[in-house]
Design a protein around this ligand. Structure first.
Ligand code: HEC
Length: 571
């Protein structure tokens, strides 16, 4: 399905490109010499200036003859090594749109230009360079949402992960065809994830912590990439305008939540990123779904370079793969994704031989890949936790386990899949959520086997079993979690919820009481206590808890409904 690589290897020593060039007749002195205007500028314009321009992420512009000439030697060297343009997938992955892979002719042209004496040529021969009105590659957006206040990034210190919340002007529901992210300060913004929060969850978190943002890699559950989208950005990302019929819905009155990874530059910097939205009036005829293969039980011993984790999922419907996106941290080395087709045959969907966290992104298939029902999607992540891995955060290497900090590890491969029949999306969603819970259960069981007494794993395992309706199996794990983490309100919330679901109000009540004692700000626990009080005939107590739930979360429509009912009943 995917053609073999054109004999290109990553990390190979510089090829003798000058010889190659003359062999191919590109620089043959007998023909004509290579000139900037006619031969080199079009390659730079097509392959380099998305980053090497004032608003791009590159360290210097390559838009004029003088600029290209100044860096000519380096250009020859970095293109021959395939260090530039940066692109993680192996050149064997030929099915990606916007792949930043130079052809051998292009590499030879740079070398030939240098060998021929860096001639400018007649500027009239230069094809028009690309131009971006206002810097927007997709043209002027319908709506631009900018971070409300610029962020002051300290000159020194560690990389910063920070989430910024900006209100999207309230308007009727609109369908989004595409977005374009502007970093604001491309020197320091390394990558970004664009999320939408239809509630005030992220805003409240920012207000509580440090408005207008909050630190860390973990967002509230309500901040998501909607409609099966993959909305990541890294320097050089080419934004994409999808088909008019496949827009995604921007919920009215929602917040933009930008997760930025920033890298101090040695001097004070300000960052004020923006997102341009491009709308369509057409109601979507279908919408993609994200299948996320993950592994939670990563445990990489120090000094090994062959530790690997795998996982797979079988398609319950006919679908089409549009994009793929791997995510991992610093000790991951090789990342692969495959499809095994029900009729036989197997395709390599992505193969990244030398993963670099700083260049993570998603890849769009130029030719979407058909995934008939029964196709097995799989991933394999191999880790290098030795000193040979220059990105290893620890020297000497340390044991590295699953976690959200960058010095922990993760292994996720996301697939953006369009159901072939729109009504099958719900089938896929249901089946995938079941699968995901089973993965959670399996990995927490493994975690517990390794570390009996891991209260977090007991809690996760108990919650996942409950969510699958396997409550008899779940409760003992929640009880173990309660013994191990007597001050963790989440444990008592789960136990309370378990009893509430079974109608055992008297058993549920002390657990929710414990939750609000440990965390008085838990609006949902107050709501549950309100409902229990109604059932038990304690209307004054019910009003007190429901009012508190509504005060803590003004969008708690359930609390509001019950309060209205109490008022209507004169209680
Ligand atoms: C996706 C963005 C991107 C694209 C596309 C890109 N570059 Fe770069 N380039 C960078 C960044 C970021 C750096 C600085 C960090 C680094 O060296 O990795 C860089 C550094 C360089 C350097 C300095 C390397 C060094 O060793 O200091 C050269 C030369 C260069 N690029 C040439 C090119 C050429 C030629 C092209 C097109 C064929 C190109 N780049 C395409 C982002 C890009």
């Amino acid at each position: 399905m995917f053609p073999a690589p054109d004999s290109v290897k990553l990390n190979s020593p510089p090829a003798p490109v000058v010889i190659l060039a003359s062999m191919m007749g590109i620089s043959a002195a007998a023909a004509r010499p290579i000139e900037y205007a006619r031969d080199v500028a079009p390659i730079l314009d097509a392959r380099c200036v998305t980053c090497h321009r004032p608003d791009g992420g590159g360290p210097f512009p390559l838009q004029t003859y003088a600029e290209a000439r100044k860096h000519a030697k380096e250009i020859t060297a970095v293109t021959a090594r395939r260090y530039m343009p940066p692109w993680l997938p192996s050149p064997a992955c030929t099915n990606f749109a916007d792949a930043r892979v130079l052809t051998t002719n292009e590499i030879a042209a740079f070398a030939g230009w240098e060998a021929d004496g860096l001639i400018e040529g007649d500027p009239a021969n230069r094809p028009n360079p690309p131009s971006w009105p206002g810097g927007w590659l997709l043209g002027t957006p319908d709506l631009v949402v900018t971070m409300t206040v610029p962020y002051e990034l300290a000159p020194e210190g560690k990389d910063v992960y920070r989430n910024f919340v900006a209100p999207i002007p309230p308007h009727a529901k609109r369908f989004v065809r595409g977005i374009e992210f502007h970093p604001g300060n491309p020197r320091v913004v390394h990558h970004a994830f664009v999320n939408i929060d239809p509630t005030r969850g992220s805003r409240r978190r920012a207000e509580k912590e440090s408005p207008p943002g909050f630190d860390g890699m973990q967002l509230p559950e309500t901040a998501v990439m909607p409609g099966g989208q993959l909305l990541g950005w890294q320097p050089g990302k080419i934004p994409y305008l999808g088909s008019e019929d496949l827009g995604w819905e921007l919920p009215a009155d929602s917040d933009l939540v930008l997760q930025l990874h920033m890298h101090p530059s040695g001097r004070p910097e300000t960052v004020q990123s923006a997102v341009g939205f491009y709308f369509t009036d057409r109601t979507p005829t279908n919408s993609p779904y994200r299948v996320e293969l993950v592994r939670f039980d990563i445990d990489v011993p120090p000094g090994t370079d062959d530790y690997a984790v795998e996982n797979s999922y079988v398609m319950p419907i006919d679908g089409t793969l549009l994009r793929i996106s791997p995510h991992s941290h610093y000790v991951a080395r090789r990342i692969q994704g495959f499809a095994e087709f029900p009729g036989g045959g197997r395709a390599t969907l992505v193969d990244i031989p030398d993963w670099d966290f700083n260049w993570q992104g998603d890849y769009r298939f130029a030719e979407p890949v058909s995934l008939p029902k029964g196709t097995r999607l799989s991933m394999r992540f191999q880790f290098d936790n030795t000193t040979n891995n220059v990105r290893n955060p620890f020297n000497p290497p340390k044991r590295i386990v699953y976690g959200l900090q960058t010095t922990d590890e993760m292994a996720e491969l996301w697939f953006q899949i369009l159901p072939d029949h729109r009504e099958d999306r719900a089938v896929l969603a249901r089946d995938f959520l079941r699968y995901r819970r089973e993965v959670l259960i399996e990995s927490h069981r493994l975690r517990l086997k390794k570390n009996p007494g891991d209260g977090e794993a007991e809690l996760m395992l108990g919650s996942a079993l409950n969510a699958l309706g396997r409550t008899n199996e779940g409760l003992p794990h929640l009880e173990a979690a309660a013994r191990l983490r007597p001050n963790d309100d989440r444990v008592f919330y789960e136990i309370g919820f378990f009893h509430l679901g079974a109608g055992r109000y008297a058993d549920a009540k002390p657990n929710f009481e414990k939750v609000v004692a440990l965390n008085p700000k838990d609006s949902q626990a107050h709501g549950s206590l309100g409902i229990i009080a109604i059932v038990q005939g304690d209307y004054a107590g019910a009003r007190r808890h429901l009012e508190e739930a509504l005060r803590l979360n003004p969008e708690d429509t359930l609390a509001k409904t019950y309060l209205d009912k109490l008022a209507a009943a004169g209680k």
